[in-house]
Ligand binder design. Structure first.
Ligand code: FAD
Length: 564
């Protein structure tokens, strides 16, 4: 089991996230998790970010690029980068580091901006000497990160990078300052005392990064997963590196190395954060017009806190945070109730997406929690002022039980943002395909939202809805599903009860959702099905395996785990 180092622990203690961090640590692994189409995710990438440490201890962050397939995971212990073509910039110090040192520790951040998926390999990758034009990277630590603060953008073409120039120095020139001041994304490299270079992303609305002087950069640290890997590294080693890319504009790429530290009480004010990182510039390299791709910005992340001067209205869900008021509670089953909130303005989202809420409860403290939003009539168009979540009591859970037992109508909570990509509505073609919605326990909530959304949208695509509960008394939405199935000839239901002592009602099956149950529904043409899957880890592994055995391509599997 991976252990946090002293710097990470120190920051977790200071921020009060020690318990959550220990819980989330289970997601860090010493090997790649290649389930759920992650191999395809790697193979489809045309760029990844790398960080490596030079002989002076400076952390350089760089972009490696190539045709689809240049980055692959042949097995869970290995990443492979094709270096036969120009995969790094000319004059890039990372290239030099690789040439000078045959075994170098590198950090790798694999990211699909458009799908808001990232997979971070928390430092300790060991690049061995190039064979067959490929650099093998032996994996030591790896984990997926949440999609918060990732702006959706996609590659729309290749850029002509001929005639580019490199400018270097120690004080940021005005072109570099202007570029930083309008950036919505920065790639942040730090040094992990155990595993070498570490690399991750910071995102926000343009203007979230400030440049107080030509030798100083600062940005707010927005609420993350509470593990504080990068900030923890800075506690024990101030070396850090930054990469900025002017994606949609000039294509300029800026590398900056220097020293950074957390400022827990900055004089400057930032919306959405009370902590900032201060970065002292030591050196920079500016490569004009060198980004190999043309990009298109599709949407800013709805999690991005407000930045003065940035118009947040556009086509996004609107500015957050928003205070919402509890107006109704409906019991759905013994353990699940639906909570309806009223917002002061319409909120837009896609069926299957989730919302995060901040709770400030006098007797308990401050908490952030996330729940799937139920579908509403105008959620994908102009938005609605009513928002619903269906919450299951978690045994021993602080907020789920508080909501069930203590929350009073009229109370207010803070809606901090909306996110998630478990939705056929992200890709328009998906709505017309055959769709299997498979869930265990309260993982049913995004499936209900998707089903309601599909039908509200007028799609009559074939839907198989499979849901497994341990006890029938905990099953929410049973009546609604029965009603829908009785009038919807394109909807097929599979419902199971796993408790072996229970008497089965209606057409329930006994046990887990198995290959035998799914095969008759999907086997005719398994490649034509798109699957959405949500439930406990073991459930997802078992069902994914069954689906792949039936012949559903792993790239057609979309999953969400209810843990952050
Ligand atoms: C994308 C997503 C969608 C979900 N949808 C639903 C749903 O529709 N219905 C439902 O009943 N449950 C849902 N969950 C699970 C739910 O968020 C909580 O885990 C659950 O309600 C327990 O809260 P608690 O305070 O009672 O438990 P506790 O055990 O007191 O709290 C721990 C839980 O808090 C969550 N948490 C900790 N830190 C953060 C953070 N920074 N941001 C967000 N969450 C954090 C973790 O998930 C963890 O399980 C969803 C979770 C996710 C990640």
């Amino acid at each position: 089991m991976v252990q946090f180092h002293e710097g990470e622990i120190a920051v977790q203690v200071k921020a009060g996230t020690r318990g959550v961090a220990e819980e989330l640590k289970r997601g860090i692994s010493d090997r790649l998790d290649l389930e759920f189409g992650r191999n395809e995710f790697f193979r489809d990438l045309r760029m990844v970010y790398l960080a490596a440490v030079d002989r002076y201890g400076d952390v350089w962050v760089s972009e490696a690029s190539g045709e689809k397939g240049f980055f692959q995971a042949p097995d869970p212990n290995t990443l492979q980068v094709d270096v036969s073509n120009d995969y790094l910039l000319h004059g890039d110090p990372v290239r030099e580091i690789f040439e000078e040192q045959s075994d170098t520790q590198v950090g790798v951040l694999a990211i699909d901006f458009d799908k808001r998926r990232r997979y971070r390999t928390n430092g300790q990758f060991l690049a061995t000497k190039s064979t067959n034009g490929k650099v093998a990277v032996r994996v030591a630590e790896a984990f997926p990160n949440c999609p918060k603060y990732i702006q959706r953008r996609s590659i729309v073409g290749k850029r002509d990078t001929s005639g580019n120039q490199v400018l270097s120095g120690v004080q940021l020139p005005k072109e570099a300052i202007a570029m930083i001041q309008k950036a919505d994304t920065l790639v942040f490299g730090t040094r992990n005392p155990r595993t070498g270079a570490d690399v991750n992303l910071r995102g926000g609305n343009p203007g979230f990064v400030r440049v107080p002087s030509s030798s100083e950069i600062m940005w707010p640290e927005y609420r993350g997963n509470g593990m504080f890997n990068s900030s923890g590294n800075l506690e024990v080693d101030h070396h850090a590196g930054l990469l900025f890319i002017d994606y949609e504009g000039s294509g300029n790429i800026l590398q900056v190395v220097g020293e950074a530290s957390s400022d827990w009480d900055p004089q400057e004010t930032f919306e959405g954060s009370t902590r900032a990182i201060r970065f002292r510039v030591k050196k920079f390299r500016l490569y004009t017009g060198s980004e190999p791709y043309e990009w298109k910005l599709n949407a800013f992340s709805d999690y991005n806190p407000v930045v003065a001067g940035h118009d947040q209205t556009g086509d996004r869900a609107g500015p957050f945070p928003v205070q919402v008021k509890l107006v109704k509670v409906v019991k759905e089953s013994d353990s699940v109730s639906t909570f309806r909130f009223l917002a002061p303005r319409p909120v837009k989202f896609l069926p299957g997406q989730y919302a995060s809420f901040d709770f400030q409860i006098a007797e308990l403290g401050d908490f952030t929690r996330t729940w799937t939003l139920s579908e509403t009539a105008n959620s994908t168009t102009r938005g609605d002022v009513t928002l619903e979540i269906s919450v299951k009591r978690k045994p021993g859970g602080v907020i789920s039980n508080w909501l069930h037992d203590k929350a009073e109508l009229g109370m207010e909570v803070t809606l901090t943002g909306i996110g998630g990509d478990l939705s056929p509505f992200i890709d328009v073609d998906e709505k017309t395909r055959k769709i299997a919605l498979i869930s265990g326990g309260v993982g049913i909530t995004p499936m209900m939202a998707i089903l309601r959304g599909l039908r509200a949208f007028g799609s009559d695509s074939d839907v198989v809805f499979a849901h497994s509960e341990r006890h029938e008394k905990d099953r929410p939405f049973g009546g609604e599903l029965d009603r829908r199935a009785s009038t919807d000839e394109h909807l097929r239901l599979i419902r199971t009860v796993t408790d072996s002592s229970e008497t089965l009602v209606d057409n329930r099956a006994r046990g887990r959702i198995t290959k035998q149950l799914l095969e008759p529904e999907l086997a005719d043409d398994p490649t034509s099905w798109t699957v959405y899957l949500c439930g406990p880890d073991r459930f997802m592994t078992e069902v994914s395996t069954a689906l792949i055995e039936i012949g559903v391509p792993s790239k057609n599997l979309n999953t969400e785990a209810f843990n952050f």
